[in-house]
Design a binder for this molecule. Structure first.
Ligand SMILES: [Zn+2]
Length: 187
């Protein structure tokens, strides 16, 4: 196997997948992936399966906005970000490019997103964990997601309620190693 990524699918993982960067609905205002495949490092995928089970115990499903992000996409995001404090410098590399980070929220039985106080990729202080500008109901929803993801083996970062990553350091994954799987193949 030339790379450690495995696909995550709604049918096999019981998740909702709506990859923001495969659509126009993102901070770049245009797709930065050419196909809507959700990929994670196999270690992160194992933790995600645990998170799916924990969420189900509370009556919820996970909805994924982003997972593996190729280096080329990280460059586009970096250039598009209104505030670069919220995007990893491509020179350093994002955990998304290591396949170990995931952006997600919780949805109810009808598929409605829980109120998290802001939308995904809202790069403001309201997106920070325990922001005082977020309602108690949204705080509680964020805390539920936090507990689920921590118990599944992920770590949070302070300024993005939707972002979780494995704590260990992994290597950046070169898009060239993806071959036919490369989301950037038609660029
Ligand atoms: Zn993220």
């Amino acid at each position: 196997m030339p790379h450690p990524l495995v696909p995550v699918r709604s049918e096999t993982h019981g998740v909702v997948i709506e990859l923001a960067y495969a659509s126009h609905n993102n901070i770049a205002g245009r797709p930065i992936y050419d196909f809507p495949h959700c990929l994670l490092h196999r270690d992160a995928e194992r933790c995600l399966r645990k998170a799916v089970g924990l969420a189900a115990q509370a009556g919820y499903r996970l909805k994924i906005f982003d997972a593996f992000r190729p280096h080329e996409a990280q460059v586009l995001l970096w250039e598009s970000a209104p505030d670069q404090a919220y995007v990893a410098d491509p020179q350093i590399g994002s955990n998304h490019t290591r396949g170990t980070a995931i952006d997600l929220t919780l949805v109810d039985a009808e598929g409605h997103e829980l109120d998290m106080g802001t939308g995904f990729d809202d790069m403001t202080v309201q997106s920070h964990h325990f922001s005082e500008q977020v309602s108690p109901a949204a705080q509680a929803n964020r805390m539920l997601l936090l507990k689920i993801m921590q118990d599944a083996g992920f770590e949070h970062i302070d300024h993005e309620w939707w972002h979780y990553a494995l704590p260990d350091h992994y290597a950046l994954i070169d898009s060239a190693a993806l071959g036919d799987m490369s989301p950037m193949r038609n660029r």
